[in-house]
Ligand binder design. Sequence first.
Ligand code: PEP
Ligand code: MG
Length: 908
Amino acid sequence: MPETQDQQKFVYDFTEGNKDLKDLLGGKGANLAEMTNLGLPVPPGFTITTEACKVYLDSGAEPPALRDEVSAHLDALEAKMGKKLGQADDPLLVSVRSGAKFSMPGMMDTVLNIGLSDQSVAGLAAQAGDDRFAWDSYRRLIQMFGKTVLGVDGDLFEEAIEQAKHAKGVTVDVDLDAADLKKLVGEFKDIVAKETGRGFPQEPREQMDLAVRAVFDSWNGDRAKLYRRQERIPHDLGTAVNICSMVFGNLGPDSGTGVAFTRDPASGHQGVYGDYLQNAQGEDVVAGIRNTVPLADLEQIDQRSYDQLMQIMETLETHYKDLCDIEFTIERGKLWMLQTRVGKRTAGAAFRIATQLVDQGLIDEAEALRRVNGAQLAQLMFPRFDHEVASGDTVQKIGRGIAASPGAAVGKAVFDSYTAVKWSRSGEKVILIRRETNPDDLDGMIAAEGILTSRGGKTSHAAVVARGMGKTCVCGAEELEVDTKRRRMTVPGRDGKDGIVIEEGDVVSIDGSSGKVYLGEVPVVPSPVVEYFEGRMHAGADEADELVGAVHRIMAYADRVRRLRVRANADNAEDAARARRFGAQGIGLCRTEHMFLGERREKVERLILAHTEEERDTALGELLPLQKNDFVELFEAMDGLPVTVRLLDPPLHEFLPDITELSVRVALAESRKDHNENDLRLLQAVHRLHEQNPMLGLRGVRLGLVIPGLFAMQVRAIAEAAAERLGAKGDPRAEIMIPLVGTVQELEIVREEAERVIAEVEQARGVDLKLTLGTMIELPRAALTAAQIAESADFFSFGTNDLTQTVWGFSRDDVEASFFTAYLEKGIFGVSPFETIDKDGVGSLVRAAAQAGRATRPDLKLGVCGEHGGDPESVHFFHEVGLDYVSCSPFRIPVARLEAGRAAANGR
Ligand code: PEP
Ligand code: MG
């Protein structure tokens, strides 16, 4: 029977939860419960679940059962603490804090000191023996409550504090005494009354209930929504609310508050990392009113608490088997743990910590793989700025925006697309700077080394398009004023310093991994991790080597456990060789169209223009040896490993001149009465082959079927190259792949012809080439009829680029620059389906086609060679649906290897 709202439990005491209940209790609540159960000193309290929040957000009211449940938990808390919430002579005070499943720093609300009122403030003063402390606590409550719960403009409170300080002739809050603060409380209450039309609530339970509701509401605040969109956190999770008895770090020199990490989140090294602030509350640390001291100094200040903290940190690390970050408070010499969680870390530290924990025997290799990910590895592979120069005096840091697409780019500032293209054509490196980009900027973005905008977030046009291109991008650098009309950018002056003007042509450097922007050239250094993959660096002893050593070990674990093989998309020997160094186990896609460009274009032109069989055969005859040599080089680079060569795919017009340019040329010649027979024939051919939707037109297998001899020439080139490699004692393993097949008949015809050609070559050379013949599955019809297609195919390779385009019905060449930004912003998809496989749509076709193909032919080899083959999330999907390999660009191979390993480790 489904649980009804009334039966549902909405409140958990800290003693009832545990760290695995994050969905229900939020990260903070789950970890407070875990620490409580570990016997650590956590102030008692309870958590209202995310389910209660969801009911509230959906219906506009708290679940009816919530009030009584909270009352029961509050009674228990009061009994434990021996005092009642807001009790006049000795008040129990509580904090009300938000805590979602994923941490959303500073995005949602917190109210401290709930329970203070005109009456209980005196009780608190008496108990603490400190009038000033009590009035300061009350002042903080009204201020926080007024702002976050009652929606009063926070500046009004700040102004009142400023005035109080001014009247007294002091500059810092701590110089206000009890009488000043008491007066301020009166003023704060007046502000609340004036702004809200009612007095500050004196009833403690009402304070608490209103604060809980404010936390629920803050889930849908603008800041929180924006943050979730940027971080891809689902909007329907809701937040939990933690109600925790207050402890005070501001009760004198034997009190204080601090934050700590169980190891260095930047390097992973174990040690004492953190900050401490004596006689202060958590918010003072954040506000930066006074300087913190290093955590190590606590040893001198309060040896006992320090020793206990060190012990607790060790307990937490051993228990969570990971780096933890913590917040603590010391109240009059007694240590309290206020929060812990598995701490964020840099990409490099993630790899180091994972191997360190294996060495300490805390986790096994499979767990080490779960602790890192492909995005982190990719980040480690980007070139970066020379740290010393970037932090030195020779370059000037002029701003910081959102790190939208990683990498390090240097170039001359240009402020429009046209100049970007023009300058880059003349060999200049440029950085395209715009307020924000739109589809008209695309050419400039392609031409630029990197893109810098002063507006927009991680899903802005600039960010989305740059990531898609793998181009460095910093966006939303708000302090930079971009004036595209005057072709300049201004950094406003601050603190009496002059502003800086950056004109077109000035060199700027942008760091897409940190969001930093520099004036001047920061030298770029290659990543040590790439140097390692390239075989130019080995694990050793210094800092970089330590990272390389960790990467080396994690990659070895991944390779040991992964089931998916990883191949490369490469169409020349150089890329193939690099791919092999990066760990490729073959080529999954050699696109042959690139081999038809450059000086060979003219031969292709002749093939297209051929009127007679003889003309055509001559053109094909000229292309054959060139193609053969391409393949010989490729097979040599990948000797002993499979190489899938795809026969020609793109529409023929791509090999012909641009229709407009050619029309103009012919028209001009005509007007001069200067006929050029060849141009005329070309123009006719261009018109003949012109298509409105070339991507859905005469391409792929259709070409092979209508241009006689084209595919036969390519198959012959492959067969002869393989024979030549065999003759040279090589081990060529070619696989021939037919693109854009929609029906088995197409494949049968091509197959018959190919087998005939192969047999001829084998006979002539006296060899057995063992060539296999397969097809891409990149049209919905092919996927739907995979069972039939498998009868004629030795392998399937899913072309998920075209499959995504045809399943969704949107053009892969256009959409990213047109409506995708709007779609991402509206949350229609969290990430472009061209980047991460759309599991429900495109993915279900892949799954079904894989099953149907294997049902026909159990030994059918299955791979994927669309862009998704190198995307972390998609790799997990391909593992799950049982493909044999993924194929991706050489640079993404390590990421694919790692993710294939992680996918396998997840299944263990
Ligand atoms: C594909 O469509 O996924 C594919 C790999 O082929 P191309 O990108 O060359 O069309
Ligand atoms: Mg394709």
